[in-house]
Design a protein around this ligand. Structure first.
Ligand SMILES: O=P(O)(O)OC[C@H]1O[C@H](O)[C@H](O)[C@@H](O)[C@@H]1O
Length: 549
């Protein structure tokens, strides 16, 4: 039995869960007029209504006890103070230093990293301004109008999704195009839509070893040289963001054109580092800075609010509650705001790459479920497809609904309809529709009793499906920064409870290594015995289809 499941707090929660499972939320609402009002939190401009969750006072207080028993506060301090909490890679985890707007130094191995962080922000600011003002020109003297941002994973999702989410704040001076996939269709589509004399390529790779990003950059370089640029002109058209300066300079990017980052910034937490340069170029540096300020505000809330009033702590514990005591396999994110439609994909990497682990910090297999599947898409679209499974599927899928109270460029009717659908779904999931009500609806339709009962069973909605609802005034850069940091800390809380190292990603690393090995096989440069029989035959079919005719 693991340390976690032998905790008295864990055992107590198992017992409470049995009682809670036999209760219905609609009865709790009926018997407690104050439930809705009591079960709300406000932090950093985000209002959270968590009353439609299958928790009572007993469950909540025991969940907070569990957090205490798992030393959440101590481990939180270790992260913010630069201890090497990424124990399998021997690294500190300090994305919070990148948005530290206090005067507090942040020490990593005895050295304050804040001067480097500030210098890099200054460099980003200066560069952004020189592009927007037209001072930085391409080699033929034309100002930059297109940014081609190349990167994948954390070097893509954050920049792309934040830029998309803040569309109403974009500048007119440049258009940013993102390319991630090594599928050549993507880079070719983008490059064929821009003028090379007016294009700046921002290559983002923390490691500078990622196959997709290196290949896409080589293709862009080739395109630039074939279009008429020379090797010397590359300096005006290619910049890189990387912690591997040597590899970047070996690749041909001049040192002046490299924006640094550090090994204490995890890829999926890197939008706050110079990896965020495309965001700054798309929105202006002030808006990028506001994003960081919002995240800093959430960091402050996370480190100072009592556990019971702490939004990321509460969300993390609710996630543990459903994953471990209700067997919830997944968690769905439903932004009711078109521009925020990418958030589920962003949180998917954040959560699944962090807590998709099956061994504890000390290397033993877990005997409890860990990270859930994260998925979702924008509301209301999902209501006309996958919501069916959330309403009437055989398991439970906790849902996060979110809605800005004000939206730009929209007429009131659209926004009121959006809000009504969002709130209506949370109500339907919680209340459901009883068999009796469905049976009554079928009266007077000429059905015999057996048929009426059969149909009523199909139409019955059990309800009791949990959801959180997040509201914010409007999606400003600052609010978005707070929202993203809120999810980061939620994931951290769950990693602490599950006793995982949330900061490595060995499974993904294996995929990277195998991709390169198989490429050697496809290119005829590897011994076929390196591969299992199935992989050998796949490689052989591919080679045959691509053999010179
Ligand atoms: O920035 P890079 O070094 O190119 O890495 C890009 C991505 O690579 C891997 O897939 C990692 O698991 C991600 O966390 C990372 O963001």
């Amino acid at each position: 039995m693991s340390v976690l499941t032998s905790l008295p707090e864990w055992k107590k929660l198992s017992k409470i869960a049995e009682t809670v499972k036999s209760a219905h939320m609609r009865d709790w609402f009926a018997s407690d007029n104050e439930r809705a009002e009591k079960m709300t939190l406000n932090a950093c401009g985000i209002y959270l209504d968590y009353s439609k969750n299958r928790v009572n006072d007993d469950a909540l207080s025991s969940l907070f006890d569990l957090a205490r028993a798992c030393n959440l506060k101590t481990i939180r301090t270790s992260m913010f103070e630069g201890e090497h909490i990424n124990t399998t890679e021997g690294r500190a985890v300090l994305h919070t230093a990148l948005r530290n707007f206090s005067d507090r130094p942040v020490m990593v191995d005895g050295e304050d990293v804040m001067p480097e962080v500030h210098a890099t922000l200054e460099k980003m600011k200066g560069f952004t301004e020189s592009i927007h003002s037209g001072e930085h020109k391409g080699y033929t003297g034309k100002p930059v109008k297109h940014i081609v941002a190349i990167g994948i994973g954390g070097s893509f999702l954050g920049p792309k999704i934040m830029t998309e989410a803040l569309k109403p704040h974009t500048v007119d001076a440049v258009k940013v195009h993102f390319v991630a996939n090594v599928d050549g269709c993507h880079i070719h589509d983008v490059l064929s839509s821009v003028d090379f004399e007016e294009t700046l390529v921002v290559m983002s790779s923390k490691s500078f070893t990622t196959q997709e990003t290196l290949q896409n950059t080589l293709t862009a370089k080739d395109w630039f040289l074939k279009s008429g640029g020379t090797q010397q002109d590359i300096a005006k058209h290619f910049v890189a963001v990387s912690s591997n300066v040597k590899a970047a300079t070996d690749f041909g990017i001049s040192e002046d054109n490299i924006f640094p980052m550090w090994d204490w910034v995890g890829g999926r937490y890197s939008l706050w580092s110079a990896i965020g340069l495309p965001i700054s170029l798309a929105l202006g540096f002030d808006n990028y800075k506001a994003l960081l300020e919002g995240a800093f505000e959430m960091d402050t809330h996370f480190t100072t609010a009592p556990l019971e009033e702490n939004m990321p702590v509460l969300l993390g514990l609710l996630g543990v509650w459903y994953r471990n005591f209700f067997d919830a396999q997944s968690h769905v994110l439903l932004p009711y705001y078109h521009y925020l439609r990418g958030l589920p994909a962003y949180v998917q990497q954040l959560d699944m790459e962090s807590n998709g682990k099956e061994v504890t910090q000390t290397g033993e297999s877990v005997d409890y479920p860990t990270g859930p599947i994260i998925w979702g898409s924008e509301g209301t679209n999902g209501q006309h497809s996958f919501h069916q499974l959330i309403h009437q599927g055989s398991g439970i899928i906790p849902a996060d609904f979110m809605l800005p109270l004000n939206v730009p460029n929209q007429d009131d009717t659209h926004h009121a309809m959006l809000a009504s659908n969002c709130f209506g779904q949370t109500q339907a999931l919680m209340q459901g529709k009883s068999f009796e009500a469905c049976y009554a609806d079928l009266e007077g339709q000429g059905l015999d009793d057996a048929e009426r009962k059969r149909l009523a069973a199909h139409k019955t909605m059990p309800g009791n499906k949990p959801s959180n609802t997040f509201l914010f005034d409007s999606l400003t850069p600052k609010t978005l920064g707070s929202l993203v940091a809120m999810y980061e800390h939620k994931v951290f809380v769950q990693g602490v409870i599950w006793n995982l190292n949330s900061f490595d990603q060995w499974g993904v690393e294996l995929g990277k290594a195998l991709g390169n090995q198989v490429l050697a096989g496809i290119q005829g440069e590897a011994d076929k015995d390196n591969f299992d029989a199935s992989t050998q035959q796949l490689i052989a079919r591919f080679r045959a289809a691509n053999a010179p005719k």
